[in-house]
Design a protein around this ligand. Structure first.
Ligand code: FAD
Ligand code: SIN
Length: 516
């Protein structure tokens, strides 16, 4: 590649990377670096939809109140105001870009999800919202002349001098070489860390790389103890968890235990439509009570056509695994779903390192607090990406220093540490699931902390993508475990049996920063 200096470098190609690139290209040259193919990301699996207060009887104020209530006292009010007031305009942008939202009676169709007081979720292709967004945005990116795309290229380092980001180092998986790219504006859009857990709705890319890179570069990392567990991921034997959208409950789906009892009203008056953390804990409690590893979603009372047209992806997936959901119950259990914490940013996506921005699931803007309201994630990306590009235009001086030639050109290294990467990865995922999952305790967290600290010491120099990812996951796992140990209370998605109640004292955030 001849040019290795760009006005903007964007790491990641989910909704955050692609949407930001489309805005940035109007201001200058853009490089997207992404570790798989362009469409490998969490975004394309998003089902339920995207929240915006645009329906009859809805308002930014109502959306604000719902988001604040779900966040269990830790949302940043200013960030939530911005989200809910700018959401409508960002939907208009997506429609202009060609995202084919579903319509009903000549206007966009809106559904309801848990903890939203009114229907406010736009969707596309029924339950294929993320896929429709990803396809539309990637087509627009491919058609843009000002955007260079580097696929199969994993960012391994953010270069920082005197607290100013200067560029990145990336590992080209196809050639085995490390390459430097230079830019005054580096935008992390690397998504979350769901793959830290044995059971997760997230695809393989969700290894928390951006959090690890930012931490190593000196950025502040906040709220890492808050991992959202989705209550309803399918449990078919031998099949990785597959999401059954919250919108299924929004449309009337009921949760039943293994004995057929509808149990959520026993835990909360909002029953199936309580915030996600409450439904996840209710589900775990009921599984324990009945001695089963699953509960069920029942949609057999809904009109067949509603199921097949609103949830075609879910319907087909279950059908392919031998279950007709219009007739039989869907076996489900909780799975890790969303990383609420991440790289701390202000309302313009700026981190504490000049020239380094973060948006999407890798970032913590303060919008989600201790528990994200369903379908606020995709909207958060749009709102804050837009603000990043507005702000980073101020950085548009020509990029400084010259990139070095390939740092080690096509020099394939070998893993000499003797670590069996797949085995270590699966142990890590089991450890996090068992010791830092839906229900936590000091005893378990202590154990996990010691294990991770010892693994961290034995990590060598990564030589390929799986090894880089493992190193990142061990680091991010440590941040998560340490934060979960420090927070001696239960709040939102963080629940500890030894401190089962929220504490006034803990209405604050845990921030990590690497002093080295
Ligand atoms: P991603 O879409 O995950 O993209 C991250 C990108 O970064 C990927 O391209 C990845 O390859 C790349 N990357 C990562 N590390 C590196 C590296 N080191 N170098 C280079 N590239 C890298 N939210 C909603 O609001 N509504 C929903 O209905 C909804 N449904 C969901 C359903 C599922 C099954 C899942 C898993 C999530 C859902 N979410 C939903 C959450 C939402 O989809 C994600 O939070 C959002 O898509 C994140 O977008 P992103 O661009 O930040 O990250
Ligand atoms: C879902 O469809 O249940 C996921 C929605 C979300 O994670 O916001």
């Amino acid at each position: 590649m001849a040019n290795r200096k760009f006005d903007f470098i964007i790491i990641g190609s989910g909704i955050a990377g692609l949407y930001t690139a489309l805005l940035a290209k109007e201001a200058g040259s853009v490089l997207i670096v992404t570790k798989g193919s362009l469409d490998e990301c969490n975004t394309k699996y998003a089902q339920g939809g995207i929240a915006a207060p645009i329906g009859h009887g809805d308002s930014a104020e109502l959306h604000y109140q719902d988001t604040m209530a779900a966040g269990a006292g830790l949302c940043d009010p200013e960030a939530v105001r911005i989200l809910t007031e700018e959401a409508g305009d960002r939907i208009a942008d997506l429609i202009d870009l060609g995202v084919p939202f579903d319509t009903q009676f000549g206007t966009v169709a809106l559904t309801r999800e848990a903890a939203h007081t009114v229907p406010r979720i736009l969707h596309a292709g029924g339950d294929a919202t993320g896929e429709r967004i990803e396809v539309t945005l990637s087509r627009a990116v491919h058609e843009s002349r000002n955007i260079t795309i580097m696929e199969h290229c994993l960012a391994t380092e953010i270069m920082v001098q005197d607290n100013v980001a200067k560029g990145i180092v990336a590992f080209d998986s196809q050639t085995g070489s490390l390459i430097e790219f230079i830019s005054p504006s580096i935008i992390l859009a690397t998504g979350g860390a769901g793959r830290l857990f044995k059971l997760t709705t997230n695809p393989e890319i969700a290894t928390g790389d951006g959090i690890a890179l930012a931490y190593k570069a000196g950025a502040e990392i906040v709220d890492m103890e808050f991992i959202q567990f989705h209550p309803t991921a399918v449990r078919f034997p031998g099949i990785p968890p597959f999401l059954i959208s919250e919108a299924v409950r929004g449309e009337g789906g009921l949760l039943r235990d293994v004995e057929g009892h509808r149990f959520m009203p026993d835990y909360t008056p909002d029953a199936e439509l309580a915030p996600r953390d409450i439904v996840a804990r209710g589900t775990v409690a009921q599984m324990k009570k009945t001695g089963s590893d699953r509960v069920f979603i029942d949609v057999t009372h809904l009109v067949r056509k509603t199921i097949t047209t609103r949830f075609p992806t879910i319907y087909r997936f279950c059908q392919d695994h031998g279950l007709d959901i219009t007739k039989g119950l869907i076996p489900v259990a909780p799975a890790a779903h969303y990383t609420m914490g991440g790289v701390r940013t202000n309302a313009y996506g700026e981190t504490n390192i000049a020239g380094l921005f973060a948006c999407g699931e890798v970032a913590c803007t303060g919008v989600h607090g201790a528990n994200r309201l369903a379908s606020n994630s995709l909207m958060e990306v749009l709102v804050f990406s837009k603000r990043i590009i507005e702000r980073s235009k101020g950085n548009m001086k020509s990029p400084g220093s010259t990139p070095k030639d390939d740092i080690y050109s096509k020099l394939k290294k070998h893993n000499t540490t003797g670590i069996d990467i797949p085995l270590r990865l699966s142990r890590l995922q089991s450890l996090l699931w068992d010791d830092a999952g839906v229900v936590r305790s000091k005893e378990k967290l202590d154990e996990a902390s010691l294990t991770l600290a010892s693994w961290y010491e034995t990590l060598g120099t990564p030589t390929d993508r799986p090894y880089y990812e493992l190193c990142n996951m061990v680091l991010v796992g440590r941040l998560l475990i340490e934060a979960a140990l420090i927070r001696e209370e239960s709040r939102g998605a963080h629940f500890r049996t030894d401190f089962p109640e929220p504490s006034h004292e803990w209405e604050k955030h845990i921030v990590f920063r690497n002093k080295d």
